[in-house]
Design a protein around this ligand. Structure first.
Ligand code: NAD
Length: 392
């Protein structure tokens, strides 16, 4: 640890605000960092609620307008933890003001917004101002290990990618119309919220990109009570109802540039499944399987072994040699959801100090947005085959 600090100003203090606060609080205490994160300013719209959140989560100052962060000398990085309809405006203004940006996923609500954000990120990069989009699941150690094994050629040529992200928090038709169910706020439904994660994870682990998709989407519950109060994934409803303007589920098949075929399923209607993220990749020499409900484990089948004794082995990803794990606990003492955000922040701080371009970049976020856009176009036109812009 050195005396140099990175002043952080964070916008939003609910679900992701809490996860990012935990990351900023922890990163420099477990990892050796070239810059010590300074939790300088928390920004929200309600002064009392923001002050209470700052007190609880460890922020020194508060603001009630994100624009105030842009002129503050104690803020070098703006962390955007607000709904998608605000990402482009906040991130572009912050980059133009010379602040590094960490922006939650999905990067934006539309491809056009994402393109504007990439343009701002490119212009800022020329001045040493850097940016990252928060696809945190890449930094679960088992997922990072899967990437390493693919890079080492341990599963050979990739043939199949199978990815699902299953939740059930809106199965009840009386669950209210929170911002995640409104297109103008969220861009899309299960597709952008959780489908974006499995698109990024699948492309990250394979080191390859989708070139085209054919999709199906559905909105099972078309009207819901208007929310009285809401935060994160919980809310209470009023007697008035409004239209659900996003998908409840999105399914699609796709092709990767390297020849693999893929299937994806993102849903908020998988009754009993809370946050089930599963990724299986079959290659010519082996297979890998990850299940977030057992997030400290990675299944690996080595197809080069004697068939008499070959089988899926359960790698318990808690060795100090596994990605990120050495900074934490002795072998066998597992990690949790929140550690993925700490790892995100650690990599970001190290890249900022070294002047390296952090990943996933805004350009990576735009490419995921282009996949989501192709899924929507396909679903709207009878599951037509839709090439991904820039990948054909
Ligand atoms: N990486 C992940 O696993 C993950 C998980 C959940 C959400 N997300 C993403 O994080 C973002 C936020 O989601 P969330 O679940 O934290 O939502 P949330 O509803 O829990 O919190 C949103 C916060 O933003 C604040 N806010 C909204 N508009 C604002 C504005 N104009 N100015 C200042 N503050 C404003 C709200 O007051 C609240 O504090 C979204 O982009 C979402 O997709 C990512």
């Amino acid at each position: 640890m050195t005396g140099a600090t990175l002043g952080v100003g964070m916008v939003g203090y609910a679900f992701m605000g809490a996860a990012h606060s935990q990351a900023w609080r922890t990163a420099g205490r477990f990892f050796d960092l070239p810059l010590q994160p300074d939790m300088a300013v928390l920004c929200g719209r309600n002064a009392d609620a923001t002050a209470a959140a700052a007190q609880r989560m460890g922020w020194r100052h508060t603001e009630t307008d994100w624009k105030a962060l842009l002129g503050r000398d104690d803020v070098q990085l703006v962390d955007v933890c607000t709904p998608g309809d605000t990402h482009a405006e906040i991130a572009i203004a912050a980059l133009e003001a010379g602040k590094h940006v960490l922006c939650e996923k999905p990067l934006a609500n539309t491809v056009d917004e994402a393109k504007a954000m990439v343009a701002a990120a490119e212009a800022a990069k020329a001045k040493g101002v850097l940016s990252m989009v928060g696809f945190n699941y890449r930094r679960v150690p088992a997922v990072a290990l899967a990437r390493q094994l693919v890079e080492q050629g341990r599963i050979g040529e990739i043939r199949h990618v199978r990815a699902v992200y299953l939740q059930d928090w809106i199965v009840d038709p009386e669950f209210p119309l929170v911002w995640r169910l409104q297109k103008d706020k969220a861009g899309s439904g299960a597709l952008g919220d959780i489908g974006a994660h499995i698109v990024d994870m699948a492309q990250f682990v394979t080191g390859d990109r989708l070139t085209g998709v054919s999709a199906l989407t559905e909105t099972f519950v078309k009207e819901r009570p208007l929310p009285e109060a809401s935060s994160g994934l919980s809310a209470s409803g009023s007697s008035e109802r409004g239209e659900v303007t996003v998908d409840d589920t999105a399914l699609f098949i796709g092709r990767f540039g390297g020849g693999a075929v893929a299937s994806f399923e993102a849903t908020r209607f998988a009754t009993g499944r809370k946050n089930a993220i599963r990724l299986e990749i079959n290659g010519s020499a082996g297979s890998l399987a990850f299940d977030f409900e057992s997030m400290n484990e990675l299944s690996f089948y080595d197809g080069t072994e004697d068939p008499g004794t070959a089988g899926f082995r359960r790698i318990y990803v808690t060795e100090s040699t596994h990605p990120y794990v050495g900074a934490w606990w002795p072998p066998g003492h597992g990690l949790g959801y929140e550690h993925s955000f700490t790892h995100e922040v650690v990599d970001l701080v190290r890249d900022l100090a070294a002047g390296n371009d952090p990943t996933p970049s805004f350009a990576d976020g735009l490419q995921v947005q282009q996949v989501l856009d192709a899924v929507v176009r396909s679903a709207e036109s009878g599951s037509s085959w839709e090439p991904i812009a820039g990948e054909d």
